[in-house]
Design a protein around this ligand. Structure first.
Ligand code: G3I
Length: 335
């Protein structure tokens, strides 16, 4: 029918960008799907610190360049992911010559030169960077996760990262990106962090809500509350890594060869609700990126149980639109 023949990005062209996470081989294997349904891309792994900067004097941009070229050749937007994170960052960054812990001065110098090199290289390709990823602690009273960046530099490492990125490309939109972003406690911590960055005059322009969600969590009201709270800071918001797992968070079953009909029904309903909500915030919400393009490849196939298949996206394992696609695109054509 006509809904199933529409382009996803086309349906939302007046609302927000529609993106997908890709890597150097999925831009080949998922090429047609990407071109038809998405107008924005994010590198899933290939612009991360360990991918582009494996040793102090070695940068490896080949795969990242391929993604940048694909986006440019096809007129797609490109989000940069990510400059400063506790994960997928090589050990050398945090060590001094003697094998001890690098001090503040050395770490800041390395952070600056990494950001400078990577951001400048993609100045023409990338319009928006996840400058700092997942810096806020999930548990407990502490605001910040005790990462090697925090322990080595101190609380100001986040503001410094934003300053370095802004110096490297004054035109880029600079985002703070995090998960569990709708949990009320973490939401308030993220809000507090970004508010203090703004008060210090740090060049930050937006907050990324990763949106790794499932059939039950988070509740719609908590999503709305998070969007409202972040938007009250006057920043742009983007959904940066969306997927809707068919398993609830602590469900570790491994016996399903295909999603059940009930899972698919709930997933359709959830996706419909999410996109109805997103549309209410168009203007403030400028992009919705999925963490993958179709169910043939998703990081959730290895999380939290290695090798357990998941079906969290709008296109199936044959890259055909699912019922959830019909719900989402149907919203627009029903008007
Ligand atoms: O590259 C190696 C390969 O050489 C090796 O043979 C293979 C064997 O396990 O592993 C490969 O590395 C994997 C890498 O993805 C590239 O495929 C790692 O094991 C695996 O842990 C890594 O997972 C990525 C994860 O970040 C790591 O933290 C996922 O693909 C990626 O989707 C995920 O993305 C993150 C965002 O950046 C931040 N927010 C959360 C999101 C999901 O965890």
């Amino acid at each position: 029918n006509t809904v199933m023949n529409q382009s996803l990005a086309g349906a939302f062209k007046d609302d927000f960008l529609i993106g997908a996470a890709v890597n150097a081989h999925t831009v080949l294997s998922q090429r047609d799907l990407l071109l038809e349904h998405y107008n924005s891309l994010t590198a899933e792994n290939e612009m991360k610190f360990e991918s582009v900067h494996p040793a102090e004097d070695t940068y490896t941009f080949e795969k990242a360049d391929r993604i940048a070229r694909f986006s440019r050749d096809n007129g797609m937007k490109l989000r940069g992911h990510t400059l400063v994170w506790h994960n997928q960052t090589p050990d050398w960054v945090f060590e001094d010559e003697g094998g001890g812990a690098a001090n503040r001065e050395l770490l800041l110098a390395r952070m600056k030169s990494h950001i400078d090199t990577v951001v400048k290289r993609y100045r023409d390709a990338i319009y928006c960077w996840d400058v700092v990823n997942e810096a806020v602690a999930d548990e407990g009273e502490e605001l910040l996760r005790p990462s090697k960046w925090l322990l080595g530099i101190g609380d100001d490492y986040i503001a410094q990262a934003f300053r370095f990125a802004h110096e490297a490309d004054p035109d880029a939109l600079l985002f703070y990106n995090d998960y569990n972003e709708c949990n009320p406690i973490k939401r308030d911590k993220i809000y507090g962090l970004v508010k203090s960055l703004l008060e210090q005059g740090a060049p930050i322009h937006g907050i990324g809500l990763q949106a790794h969600w499932n059939l039950k969590d988070p509740a719609l009201d908590d999503i709305r509350a998070a969007i409202e709270r972040y938007a009250s800071l006057g920043l742009k918001l983007q959904i940066t890594e969306m997927d809707v797992s068919v398993f609830e968070f602590n469900d570790r079953r491994t016996d399903l060869a295909a999603p059940t009909a009930e899972m698919m029904r709930l997933q359709e309903e959830r996706y419909g609700q999410f996109f109805r909500l997103f549309r209410e915030y168009r203007g403030v919400l400028t992009s919705v990126t999925f963490w993958g393009a179709a169910d043939d490849y998703t990081w959730l196939d290895d999380f939290p149980v290695r090798g357990r298949k998941n079906w969290p996206l709008l296109f199936d394992t044959n890259r055909q639109p699912k019922g959830a696609f019909r719900e989402v695109v149907g919203l627009r054509s029903a008007e």
